[in-house]
Design a protein around this ligand. Sequence first.
Ligand code: B12
Length: 151
Amino acid sequence: MVVNTMSRTVVLGVIGSDAHVVGITILEQALSAAGFDVVNLGVQSSQKEFADAAVEHSAEAVLVSSLYGHAEQDCQGFHEVLEEANVDALTYIGGNLAVGQDDFDQTRATFEELGFDRVFDSETDPEEAIAALERDLNITTTESEQVTVTS
Ligand code: B12
C-alpha cells in the first residue's frame, strides 16, 4: 500500500453558469495523483459554494475553472466573498478566460487585478499547475515523499 504523507486540500470547480466538465475532471485526477486532497465542486458553482467549501475543508488553494468566455463577469467580487468568509487560500484561475482570440498578457493582468495569485491559459498542462502549487505552498520533497507500507 502506498501512503502519501502529504495532505493538502484544494477546492476545484467551474464557476458561474459554465458546464464544461472535462478540464476539471482531468485536473482532479492529476492533483489527486500528485497527493492533493481535492474537493471537486463540479460545474456551475457559485462564488459562495467555493467560499463555503474552502472554509469547510480548510483548503489551502481554491482553483477556479472557466471555459465559456464569461469568467471576468463571474469572478467580479469573488475575492471579497472569500475574504468575508475568512478564506486565506491561494487562488488560481484557468481555462478559456476571454471571449475569442485574446492577448493572454492582458487576460492575465485582468484576473490578477481581480485578485487571483496565478492565471493559466487553456494550453496549461496539469503538471504546470501542480508545480506552481508545490512552489506556492512550499511543499518540499520530504513532505511530499511517499512511504510504502507492507501489510
Ligand atoms: C466540449 C465542449 C463543449 C461541451 C461541454 C460538455 C461538457 N459537459 O463538458 C458543450 C457542447 C456542452 C459545450 C457548450 C458550450 N460551449 Co463549449 N466547448 C467544448 C470544447 C469543444 C472542448 C472543451 C473541452 O472539454 N476541452 C478538453 C479539456 C481537457 O480542456 P480544457 O477544458 O481546456 O481544460 C484544460 C485547460 O483549459 C486547463 N484548465 C481549465 N480550467 C483550469 C483551471 C485551473 C486553475 C488551471 C490551472 C487550469 C485549467 O487545464 C485543463 C486540463 O488540461 C471547447 C473548444 C476547445 N477545443 O477547447 C468549446 C468551447 C470551450 N465552448 C465554447 C462555447 C462558446 C460554448 C457555449 C457557450 C456554446 C453555446 N453558444 O451554447 C456553450 C456553453 C454551455 C455552458 N453553460 O457552459 C467556446 C468558448 C469560447 C470563449 N471562451 O471565447 C469554446 C472555446 C469553443 C469555441 N472555439 O468557440 N461546449
